[in-house]
Design a protein around this ligand. Structure first.
Ligand SMILES: Nc1ncnc2c1ncn2[C@@H]1O[C@H](COP(=O)(O)OP(=O)(O)OP(=O)(O)O)[C@@H](O)[C@H]1O
Length: 270
């Protein structure tokens, strides 16, 4: 894969966070990523692509299959790097590699099967500069927040799908990252559980205010969970809708505001 060469930070466009004069915490700036395709072809999901992630908000990204959502998320996490790297700015500097300040949660398999909930969640704490007491307090508090206090000694195979994802979220958040990236985190769950998980993630956001970027195929989830919904058009990815959904009117699944946006998005994606 290739990455566009780095640009001079001073020559970057001004802050493009909607309605904000504060520099966004994370920003894809004129990012180009391509992969080698079959028979010598090149697949280029992102070309000269820019998106500023608003600090302290939940941004949901939707788009047709293959439009480049996961590629974008992985790039935002510093997982797509090359020489020279460029195109993703974290706190105003180019990301050269993954950082503990940006944590990613995948669809499945986020936990170590040989560790119980307590040790899985506490795994990242060993690298944080906190005292044993501080670590212990953070660990208990996050496990309590995700409702796993009674399952602390269980291993991943002894947990339901929803419990596993709750443990994964706890594990990601216990280190207090600046940004949480979620790649279709609830897609393996049934509808009811999925709703509960997105409500719980919202609750965690209310408590911690962590900047979150979530890729999802579920329109309802994106509108009700996100403060902003971004729809990607197809190859190369381009933003075809960028909507502020923070107004409480968007959170009523039966309300006209929610239903109108849901219809608009479904028409754009199909
Ligand atoms: N490692 C890779 N090697 C080659 N091509 C890749 C690789 N990863 C992704 N692609 C291609 O890049 C394009 C974008 O893929 P990506 O997974 O980012 O899209 P997506 O929008 O997340 O798709 P989906 O919704 O189906 O998960 C697709 O055409 C895909 O086949």
């Amino acid at each position: 894969m290739t990455i566009s060469p780095p640009m001079d930070v001073d020559s970057l466009p001004p802050d493009i966070a909607a309605g904000s004069c504060v520099r966004p915490i994370l920003e894809a700036s004129r990012l180009s990523i391509s992969y080698p395709g079959q028979r010598g072809t090149v697949v280029a999901p992102l070309q000269d692509f820019s998106l500023a992630i608003q600090t302290g908000k939940i941004t949901c990204i939707l788009g047709a299959s293959g439009s480049g959502k996961t590629t974008l998320l992985r790039a935002l996490g510093g997982f797509i790097t090359g020489a020279p790297t460029g195109g993703v700015l974290f706190k105003g500097r180019y990301l050269q590699a993954p950082t503990p300040e940006i944590v990613m949660i995948f669809q499945e398999n986020n936990l170590f099967p040989w560790l119980n909930v307590r040790d899985n969640v506490g795994f990242g704490l060993r690298y944080r500069p906190w005292t044993g007491e501080q670590k212990e307090s953070r660990l208990s508090s996050i496990i309590e927040t995700v409702g796993l206090a009674d399952a602390i000694d269980r291993y991943p195979h002894q947990l339901s799908g929803g419990m596993r994802q709750r443990a994964a979220i706890a594990r990601a958040l216990v280190t207090e990252p600046r940004v949480l990236l979620l790649d279709e985190p609830f897609s393996a769950l049934d509808v009811t559980l999925r709703r509960r998980m997105s409500e719980m993630t919202n609750m965690i956001w209310s408590a911690l205010g962590t900047t979150m970027v979530m890729v999802t195929h579920n329109v309802e989830e994106a509108i009700t969970m996100g403060h902003r919904v971004v729809i990607l058009g197809y190859q190369p990815a381009r933003i075809i809708l960028d909507e502020d959904t923070s107004d409480p009117e968007f959170k009523d699944r039966y309300g006209t505001t929610f239903l109108a946006l849901q219809r608009r998005i479904e028409n754009l994606i199909e």
